[in-house]
Design a binder for this molecule. Structure first.
Ligand code: TXA
Ligand code: MG
Length: 313
């Protein structure tokens, strides 16, 4: 595994303390970080990303003990989910402590927090000793970055430092759960909704509802090439043999396709490689990306969610 030296992580921490921006790896996607309580530094995240100011940012923490710095309450169900899934691809939206992280919360009365499961992110968080506000390290509405090279392609010299921790393991963003008067999934992601329900002893958890989340905009995570999503591999034959077509899907769904660009062995491999495949298709100048959507629930539902956003026009 690629791992930055401890001195590099220490300079990144110093850079953050001085009000700078540092891109760093998490297990989901790369984040563009600033100290969460430094409103001026957080404002710069918005301008570098070209992201509208009214979209709140997730605060990353070293452990659940830090939640109290940012959240006004710690509901029992949030504590259960955190105990089961942190560090990991789960973001909890909680009532915010007033006066804290105003820019990161975009002024909303709530705050999104998560403990990431990447050793470099955790080491950086431990060294700064407080929360790091970080959206995905891409320009607004581009595909999220899952390697340091993707971050460089999007943001280049606009950030002070990019920590390279190798390719992200999970590959799609965290699952976001609102823990207010009710429990609700605001964005599907790396942690399947079924696992949340099971942890809380419920039959199911509601998905959707109003949210200021930009990841829930219809057109998001979109490459330049047009994306066509097929629910069945049947229709594949007609398009797959045309020039400049980049075909991706699960191995088992691509048997009829002589030359797929990417045939995933598993759902995990599909999720891990999805964004890099969308970027690769653009780099190769593909005219069309054809994705065969995986069937079923769990991670398959999260992959279908990202494919449908990537294909929205
Ligand atoms: O896996 C991830 O979640 C990655 C890594 C870097 O941690 N981060 C990420 O950040 O995807 P971003 O900003 O690209 O998406 C964060 C989502 C946005 O849709 C944002 O609106 C939502 O979290 N969010 C943040 N604070 C919120 C809040 N208080 N209420 C509702 N949604 C919130
Ligand atoms: Mg994003």
């Amino acid at each position: 595994m690629i791992a930055p030296q401890p001195e590099e992580i220490e300079s990144a921490a110093e850079m953050l303390r001085a009000g700078g921006l540092v891109a760093f790896p998490t297990e989901t996607v790369y984040g563009l970080g600033a100290i969460a309580t430094d409103d001026i530094a957080v404002q710069r995240i918005f301008s570098v990303k070209r992201r509208p100011n009214e979209h709140p940012v997730i605060v990353h923490l070293a452990d659940a003990e830090q939640v109290g710095e940012f959240a006004a309450t710690w509901p029992a169900e949030a504590a259960l989910l955190a105990a089961a899934f942190w560090p990991g691809p789960l973001t909890l939206v909680l009532p915010r402590r007033s006066g804290v992280a105003t820019a990161a919360s975009a002024g909303y009365p709530t705050i999104a927090v998560r403990v990431p499961a990447h050793p470099v992110a955790l080491e950086l968080l431990r060294r700064v000793g407080t929360g790091i506000a970080a959206p995905s390290a891409n320009r607004f509405s581009n595909v999220s970055p899952t390697t340091a090279a993707h971050v460089w392609d999007d943001l280049g010299f606009d950030v002070e430092m990019i920590l390279d921790g190798g390719p992200c393991d999970s590959g799609i963003e965290s699952t976001i759960v609102e823990c207010g008067s009710e429990i609700r999934v605001l964005r599907l992601g790396g942690l399947p909704a079924e696992a949340l329900a099971e942890c809380l002893g419920r039959d199911h958890i509601e998905i959707g509802g109003f949210t200021p989340a930009p990841g829930t905009h219809r057109r998001h995570y979109a490459p330049r090439a047009r994306v066509m999503v097929l629910d069945h591999p049947h229709g594949l034959g007609a398009v797959a043999n045309e020039p400049d077509v980049h075909v991706i899907g699960l191995n088992r769904d691509l048997e009829a396709c002589p030359n797929p660009a990417f045939a995933a062995e598993s759902l995990e491999a599909f999720a891990r490689n999805l964004y890099s495949q969308l970027r690769l298709a653009d780099d190769r100048g593909a005219r069309l990306i054809v994705a065969v959507a995986p069937s079923g629930d769990g991670l398959a539902a999260s992959i279908r969610d990202r494919l449908s956003r990537a294909s929205a026009r």
